[in-house]
Design a protein around this ligand. Structure first.
Ligand SMILES: Nc1ncnc2c1ncn2[C@@H]1O[C@H](COP(=O)(O)OP(=O)(O)OP(=O)(O)O)[C@@H](O)[C@H]1O
Length: 254
């Protein structure tokens, strides 16, 4: 397989431990190009750790990750040109306005100044951030920060976007806009990989899904393959198990 072709993401033997805790344990996963791929799993399953390694933000203890055939560690420039990443948390510079942030990162990516200007205004408008474009990112709400981070991820025209919980804290109108942008992107052959805790959303949006628990892939494939005649919620509970404590507090409600 030559570089620039093949699966959108190809993870082989990925492993990461934090002290005694193995957060990601020998993960093999192939994400087909052009797919809308959902990654689900309980809190602490290793989703963020796995995605961080997949996009070259965290160095694995073992294993490899390749984007459309380019290894993220040995060919990082090519791999990262093809990738758009919405990381978890507050990793953006905060002391720039939304407009300055997009302009700065667009120019840093090597885009032409006119292209940066046009795309910045279009992204701010479509994501309903035009009025807030001159305000500091530090003063944005959580949902607004999520949307400006998404704009950063899309600005350079990547072929694969990896989004950690993109719909969390985003209002319903903006969520619908984001869904429509991402669907349009997959229709042109782009690949979307996103993590979520909302099974209904994954079922509605995705054609492929993987369930991760305790750092291991418990199931992956098309949504129909993983559901195997159940709802995704039921498949998730069957594969991951219900909460050990049974969901009741002995001292509460008595
Ligand atoms: N930098 C770190 N140092 C120590 N432990 C970490 C670190 N990052 C993650 N972990 C641990 O690794 C495990 C996996 O965490 P991770 O954030 O990847 O899970 P997640 O599936 O994304 O969870 P959530 O759904 O709650 O966001 C957890 O037990 C977490 O406490």
């Amino acid at each position: 397989m030559s570089a620039g072709t093949g699966p959108a993401l190809r993870l082989r033997g990925l492993r990461k431990a934090f002290g005694d805790l193995t957060a990601v344990d020998d993960v093999d996963l192939t994400i087909p190009a052009g797919s809308f791929f959902g990654l689900v799993g309980p809190n602490g399953a290793g989703k963020t750790t796995m995605l961080s390694m997949a996009v070259g933000l965290m160095r694995p203890d073992a294993g490899t990750a390749a984007v459309l055939g380019y290894d993220v560690w040995s060919e990082p420039v090519r791999a990262k040109e093809l990738l758009g990443v919405l990381p978890d948390g507050e990793s953006l510079p905060q002391r720039l306005s939304g407009r300055e942030l997009l302009t700065y990162l667009g120019l840093l990516r090597g885009l032409d100044g006119n292209v940066v200007r046009e795309r910045t205004e279009e992204l701010l408008t479509v994501l309903d951030l035009a009025d807030a474009g001159s305000r500091l990112v530090a003063d944005y709400s959580t949902g607004m920060r999520k949307k400006i981070a998404l704009a950063v991820a899309l600005l350079h025209g990547p072929r694969v976007v990896v989004l950690d919980e993109p719909f969390e804290a985003v209002d319903p109108v903006s969520a619908a806009t984001i869904r429509s942008i991402l669907h349009g992107f997959t229709r042109t052959g782009g690949t979307v990989v996103f993590s979520s805790h909302v099974m209904a959303l994954v079922e509605q949006l995705c054609d492929h899904v993987a369930i991760l628990a305790h750092g291991r892939v418990r199931a992956s494939g098309t949504v129909d393959e993983v559901r195997a005649g159940r709802t995704l919620d039921e498949a998730f509970s069957d594969l991951v198990g219900a909460g050990a404590a049974g969901g009741e507090l002995s001292w509460f409600a008595s």
